[in-house]
Ligand binder design. Structure first.
Ligand SMILES: Nc1ncnc2c1ncn2[C@@H]1O[C@H](COP(=O)(O)OP(=O)(O)OP(=O)(O)O)[C@@H](O)[C@H]1O
Length: 232
């Protein structure tokens, strides 16, 4: 399998009150095409910080992230925007939907950014809403949707442009068991059938059971790979 993302020596600290929090300490990580990689860890262990660094949403204090061999720190603003538009899908823990847009318009945003033709855009939005079981909710604003429904819209938006790299922060946190299982199937298909590199931060044991690899984060440090059978 081809390595799509390589992170080396990633570090990030925050100041909180008078103390320094080491949210990410010397993290090395590879993500490969066709693979579902789970990062597991207790609340506050640094998973969200790490995912934000991997996607280039935040700058590390030290270390580097290369995607397809390109160092994120070396990209100018335009190159970074294109990388985000075309190659990276990100599922935010708190969904990150635009409140004044409908569910369908939120899903449509990445397609508009790529200037997909209107007819193709409409068809793709309908397909994506169906895929996440939200076919009848396209006209609803985020505030009219439950947390789980917003989470599903966030997932549909993240995969709209068929990214090569999908990064998802607790993507089943708000979902009931049946919907979570459908999302797991979707992520597994994206990795195993479509060749997407999928990185998921989760506490969900079912998601861990579907992973090809599991890495455990503890106090900002990422441990060696653990066997899936050790994660249940
Ligand atoms: N912007 C920030 N300012 C100050 N401290 C922060 C900031 N972001 C994260 N932290 C701290 O860094 C540590 C790691 O947080 P992070 O959100 O990455 O963990 P997490 O594993 O994703 O937790 P959760 O599962 O609860 O989302 C925590 O101690 C958190 O309080």
């Amino acid at each position: 399998m081809t390595t799509l993302l390589e992170a080396r020596g990633l570090a990030k600290t925050f100041r909180r009150g008078g103390e320094t929090v080491h949210a990410c300490r010397d993290v090395d990580l590879d993500a490969r095409e066709g693979e579902l990689l789970v990062v597991r860890g207790a609340s506050g262990s640094g998973k969200s910080t790490l995912l934000g660094l991997l996607a280039g949403l935040d700058e590390p204090d030290a270390g580097a992230v290369r995607i397809d061999g390109r160092d994120l720190a070396a990209l100018d603003e335009r190159e970074r925007a294109l990388l985000h538009r075309d190659d990276i899908g990100y599922v935010y823990q708190s969904f990150g939907l635009v409140p004044v847009l409908s569910a369908a318009e939120n899903v449509e945003l990445p397609l508009r950014a790529r200037r997909v033709e209107p007819a193709e855009r409409d068809a793709r939005v309908a397909e994506l809403l169906e895929l996440v079981g939200m076919g009848s909710f396209g006209g609803h604003r985020p505030e009219e949707l439950s947390g789980g429904q917003q989470q599903r819209i966030g997932i549909a938006r993240a995969i709209a442009n068929r990214p090569r790299l999908l990064i998802a922060d607790e993507p089943t946190g708000q979902l009931d068991a049946a919907t979570a299982a459908a999302v797991l199937d979707l992520f597994a298909r994206l990795a195993h059938d479509d060749g997407t590199a999928v990185i998921v931060a989760t506490h969900d044991p079912l998601l861990m059971a579907r992973a090809d690899r599991v890495r455990v984060m503890h106090d900002g440090a990422l441990g060696d790979e653990v066997l899936r059978t050790q994660t249940a």
